[in-house]
Unconditional design. Structure first.
Length: 67
């Protein structure tokens, strides 16, 4: 049997800010590093950003590394 090489995925999830009433998108990279994208006023807006813009954001993050 051969092992299948499975590439870890980047995770995007909405998180409430600790201070105030806003929302962030928490990005967890395959190596465990995390970053947050701020400036969202609702959880729905974070989910929309994840669905529509996360892929293009990821292409430009850290010079477009092959995640």
């Amino acid at each position: 049997m051969s092992m299948v090489d499975v590439k870890p995925k980047v995770a995007f999830e909405p998180v409430k800010t600790k201070i105030g009433s806003g929302w962030n998108v928490l990005v967890t990279l395959p190596n465990g590093d995390q970053t947050q994208i701020s400036g969202f006023d609702t959880k729905a807006n974070t989910r929309e950003w994840i669905a529509k813009k996360s892929a293009s954001w990821l292409q430009g993050y850290r010079g477009g590394r092959d995640w």
